[in-house]
Design a protein. Sequence first.
Lengths: 238, 137
Amino acid sequence: MNRITVFRYELKRLMFSREYLLLLAAVTAYSVSLLRGLVLYGVNYTAPFSLLTFSTYCYSLCPFFFVLLLVLCARQFKTSERGAEAIIKTTCMPFHIFRLVRYGAIACAYLFAMVFPFAACFLFYNLIFNYTDFGILLLPGVLIVVPPSVFLFGASMLFGNRKPAAIYIMLVGVLVLSAFKIPLPDLMDIIGTAAVQALYEGHDHAFSAAFIAGRFVLMLVGFVSMIISLYKSKQHYT
Amino acid sequence: MKPLTEERNGCTRELRVRYSTYCFMKEYFGEEYARKHFTDVWSEGWNTYKNAFYIQRPEYLEKLSDNDISNITGSLQSIRLYNIMPLMMLNGEKVLGGTQAFQQKLSELYLSRIGQPVTYDHFLTATGLDREVIELE
């Protein structure tokens, strides 16, 4: 079976699923409301395109991104999907390669949902304020959103493979952390609460070294979890 | 910077409340307490106001809708009313030679206008202060 064909099929299945479309609509609606109600005014009277405002925008969208990602991951461990795995095993494609293709499809669907609000924000800056210097904002935005996404993706694939309920526990954890704005130490600040709080209080004009180190740790743990989940799944099904 | 709208009805009432609360706290809990909980907070508000993006770059306001402009200026006016104007009153105290002299003028003003609105212009006339003299820099 052609890997690209499988990838396209999986991507189409994800992107046209009801959960994905509903969550994408929610992310879009929320990002528009943030642009109109938060970014336009500027956080703490800073510029709409200041680091603080843009970081707050990304931070506010994080729970939506992470819920979307975890829902996409949870789909992979539904009973019907697990049942289909027995059939997939009989094909010529090694199961861990199939898993990898699925990971790629989830990553692409997630990236599309993530890029959408970023693009909307940059378009907003350009149209309203004629601001085009997006480079300096892109890195903080990526630092806030991408490493915890990789971590959650890896962890959900690793634990979801053993116990699908683990993904829903992580989902609840993300919602509780973001709803109550629980600050975590910089090293494990998944939602970015402490980093944005520090920016808001004006202690720093950039992220702390511990926060940046934490982002690298999250990325590393995420990638390692992903690789282990591939290896474990191969062992489990052969 | 945007022009003052202290002439707005009710603003002197709010100002009087802020200033009298500050004076009461200074008298009751001491100068240190009043500084920490009032003047420092007002000074922080003044710093926020003068560094605010739409104060520094008012040309960007022209790009926004009337509703957004109204929301932004309303928010900035509230900083002016609750943080900057009390500091201006403290400047007025200094110019008039102290709290006692300033409060005497205020007392005369409010006694002369019982039951009538007191505008910022009434306040300036009664105290003999110039807008420019008490304005923060």
